[in-house]
Design a protein around this ligand. Structure first.
Ligand SMILES: [Zn+2]
Length: 138
């Protein structure tokens, strides 16, 4: 079945279902398609813009998904920031000290460069990257 938006010679718009496009052409040609408002059988397909609808919809879906993902990442960041002490650039030293038992066991966050992160991981210090939002990259 296919739905056509039709318009009569009095500019009344209405929608009607047909088995297929050929069935519509046949029924319209034989005068079987009539306007529900004025009974005119001078009917034509109304100009439509389905391509625009089809283009806009997937874009909106992608936006929704991206927004949901950003919000989830933002929530995760808030969670991490609420449960950790910010030790800033002292992170590698403090992480090592906690790992060695020289500092009270606690969750911390801070900055570390790639080499420091690699060294910490090799030493067996449990660290994890905090997600960075694409629009907050610094
Ligand atoms: Zn009409």
């Amino acid at each position: 079945m296919i739905k056509f938006t039709l318009v009569c010679d009095q500019d009344h718009e209405f929608e009607s279902w047909f088995p297929d496009g050929a069935a519509y052409e046949e029924q319209a040609r034989r005068g079987f398609v009539t306007c529900p408002q004025c009974n005119s059988h001078r009917i034509a397909k109304a100009p439509m813009a389905p391509a625009i609808v089809a283009r806009e919809k997937p874009a909106a879906l992608v936006d929704d998904k991206a927004r949901a993902m950003r919000e989830a990442m933002r929530a995760l960041r808030r969670e991490i920031e609420a449960r950790t002490d910010d030790v800033g650039e002292a992170f590698p030293q403090v992480a090592r000290a906690i790992h060695a038992g020289d500092e009270p066991d606690r969750a911390i966050r801070g900055q570390a460069n790639l080499a420091e992160v690699k060294a910490l991981v090799e030493e067996g210090v449990r660290i994890a990257p905090i997600p960075t939002l694409p629009d907050e990259a610094n």
